[in-house]
Design a protein around this ligand. Structure first.
Ligand code: 13P
Ligand code: SF4
Length: 313
């Protein structure tokens, strides 16, 4: 009991200290929807990759504490070269982003002359620098449709997001063979089992899931799209096909509704690397910092900014 008391007191002390440090550094804290609950609860903004990029591009803060993974902090650095971008756990990466390199993309591009390369925001800055435009799960269809219709498209690195885009557009789309291990592992058997146990509950899936899973989905949305859909729906029960971190904001915003993970094992270890002590330490030491070299940043920025000009519908 005493142990529990002192742990929660410690937690409160760290939160107070983080609050003070954020103020002192003129910093804001951005957190992805998959981050642990205690981090989402103290963030200035929680969101999907697109919302976090937009917020990063608009803030007046001098410092952005990015609670997410490396490519997200890099995107903030691409958009805000004058700000200090802190990633409190330097090793929080994304296995899908690591499935493609700039060199690999340069070689692949040669196979399809005149192709337009759309890279998911889940890529390194150097891959973005070799891309024509970026996309996120929230705007991928609009981005693909913004490409002149006669141009072939090469999508990287997520084959599942690409196949989803192919199914929703009338475009000539080739794709890289990458995937998110967490979403790609969800099986049809598992989804069918959960659906059978919860008949009538809509199945909301993230487009990083494989095509056979998306075929079972009632709605296919980004993490914030799932949050928005659940909030406005009259349903009382939902099956959620994405990383389980999303359950926290879903439950918090909709206490009267029930959210069932399609698979409770959908946990992204990289999204759980940051804890409150890491944030405190990062703000004290102003490290670990993520800064994209200028030569790469300029070219990557063109692809990110081109995405930001595509109207959201
Ligand atoms: P969104 O929050 O943009 O849907 O992205 C999901 C994701 O996998 C981030 O790593
Ligand atoms: Fe990467 Fe998948 Fe983790 Fe997102 S959930 S950071 S795509 S591994």
């Amino acid at each position: 009991m005493n142990d529990i008391m002192s742990k929660s007191e410690d937690g409160e002390k760290i939160k107070e200290s983080i609050k003070k440090l954020l103020k002192k550094r003129n910093a804001i804290l951005l957190a992805h929807n998959y981050e642990p609950p205690e981090i989402q609860d103290i963030a200035d903004l929680c969101g999907d990759s697109l919302e976090l990029s937009i917020k990063a591009s608009q803030t007046d803060a001098d410092v952005i504490v990015f609670c997410g993974v490396h490519f997200m902090a890099e995107t903030a650095s691409i958009l805000c070269p004058d700000k200090t971008i802190l990633l409190p756990a330097a090793d929080a990466g994304c296995p899908m982003a690591d499935m493609i390199t700039a060199e690999g993309l340069i070689n692949k591009r040669k196979e399809v002359p005149d192709t337009v390369v759309i890279s998911y925001v889940n890529t390194s800055a150097s891959v973005k620098a070799e891309s024509d435009v970026c996309c996120t799960s929230a705007n991928v269809i609009q981005v693909a449709n913004s490409v002149p219709s006669e141009k072939p498209i090469l999508m990287t690195p997520d084959k599942n997001l690409a196949q989803y885009t192919l199914s929703r557009t009338n475009r000539d789309i080739r794709y890289w063979d990458g995937y998110c291990p967490i979403h790609n592992n969800l099986t049809v058997e598992q989804v069918k089992k959960v659906k059978k146990a919860h008949p009538g509950a809509p199945f909301l899936a993230h487009p990083e899931c494989p095509p056979e899973i998306l075929a079972l989905a009632d709605e296919i949305k980004s993490t914030s799209g799932i949050l928005a859909y659940a909030a406005q729906s009259n349903n009382k029960e939902f099956i959620i096909g994405t990383e389980v971190g999303i359950l926290h904001p879903l439950k918090k915003a909709n206490p009267e509704k029930t959210f069932i993970p399609a698979d409770p094992g959908m946990i992204c270890p990289d999204m759980k690397k940051i804890g409150l002590p890491h944030i405190q330490l990062a703000l004290e030491n102003m490290a670990p910092e993520v800064r994209v070299p200028e030569e790469i940043r300029i070219r990557a920025k063109a692809a990110v900014e081109r995405m930001l000009t595509v109207p959201r519908t």
